[in-house]
Design a protein around this ligand. Structure first.
Ligand code: SAM
Ligand code: ZN
Length: 280
């Protein structure tokens, strides 16, 4: 793990800074009492022992996400996020909370060549990929609902893309001049697929609920509606279902069977909101 990335971290138990543990090869806190492993695949294990990892993306979801994002279908979303990384002038890193495979983070770092990045996630399958997502990024396992293992004010930019968010912690890790960028699905996101498969709908008040939840810590700056068509073959259409929240409630074979009956390609619109916030 890069020294500049280790420098962003703090001990999840006592909040002291972390440093390489030269004896063991992992990390150790400045208080000296707590040690952490760095997995063979390169991510730091900073998850408390009693953490509940039930919401972690499964190997199948992570593989689907990697395939779908790798094919470039969501590039317009990653580009909109990366444009904010290029604009940010505050000091600090790019920290992606619920980073998944590190796809958005990698594109943000390409747009911000002087910064390092940190991918946080609770899924070890996601972290294995995130740890290798970009030469200037590191990755750590943690629970986004608990205090993050990141020093106060270490981030110039915090990203949160279709992922859990704890407003107080997002604020704490952000430099006062920094920016929070949140991507949420808009009401019609993938509606054609959801209608065809009878899947859960997106909450139509998501943006209002997001602003309200963040309000004690953040003021909204702007929000862009990013919408674009995708022509998906049956395999890619099944993959986008397998990587999203519907994967928890659907049987992949049943999804594939229903999709096989639709004309190919399946025409689907992605519609998301990319919202920017300033810390209060
Ligand atoms: C829908 S995926 C989005 C991933 C990534 N931001 C992207 O856009 O590709 C949600 C991610 O949140 C992670 N996650 C779920 N619960 C979490 C938690 N409590 N703490 C940290 N990450 C969590 C999942 O493992 C998954 O990688
Ligand atoms: Zn400690």
């Amino acid at each position: 793990m890069l020294p500049d990335v280790v420098d962003l971290l703090r001990c999840p138990h006592c909040q002291a800074r972390l440093a390489p543990d030269t004896g063991r090869g992992g990390l150790r806190c400045a208080a000296g009492r707590h040690t952490f492993d760095i997995a063979r695949q390169g991510y730091a294990g900073l998850l408390a022992g009693d953490a509940k990892t039930g919401t972690a993306d499964t190997p199948a979801m992570v593989a689907a996400r990697d395939a779908f994002l790798g094919a470039g279908h969501y590039h317009p979303i990653a580009d909109a996020v990366a444009a904010h990384a290029a604009d940010t002038t505050a000091p600090g890193a790019v920290v992606d909370v619920g980073a998944g495979t590190g796809h958005s983070l990698a594109r943000a770092l390409d747009a911000a060549p002087s910064r390092v990045g940190l991918a946080l996630d609770i899924s070890k399958y996601a972290l294995r990929r995130a740890a290798k997502a970009h030469p200037r990024a590191g990755a750590a396992a943690c629970d986004a609902w608990r205090p993050l293992p990141v020093r106060d004010g270490a981030a110039a930019l915090v990203l949160n893309v279709f992922a859990p968010r704890n407003p107080a912690e997002l604020r704490r890790v952000l430099d006062p001049r920094g920016t929070l960028v949140v991507v949420t699905p808009a009401p019609r996101h993938l509606a054609e697929l959801r209608d065809a498969l009878g899947l859960l709908n997106v909450d139509t008040d998501k943006k209002a609920r997001l602003d309200a939840a963040l309000d004690p810590y953040f003021t909204p700056l702007d929000a862009a509606h990013v919408a674009f068509p995708m022509a998906l073959g049956h395999t890619d259409a099944a993959t986008v279902v397998a990587m999203g929240p519907s994967a928890w409630h659907t049987d992949p074979d049943a999804v594939r069977a229903t999709l096989a009956a639709l004309p190919a390609p399946v025409h689907v619109r992605a519609e998301v909101t990319v919202s920017r916030y300033a810390p209060r």
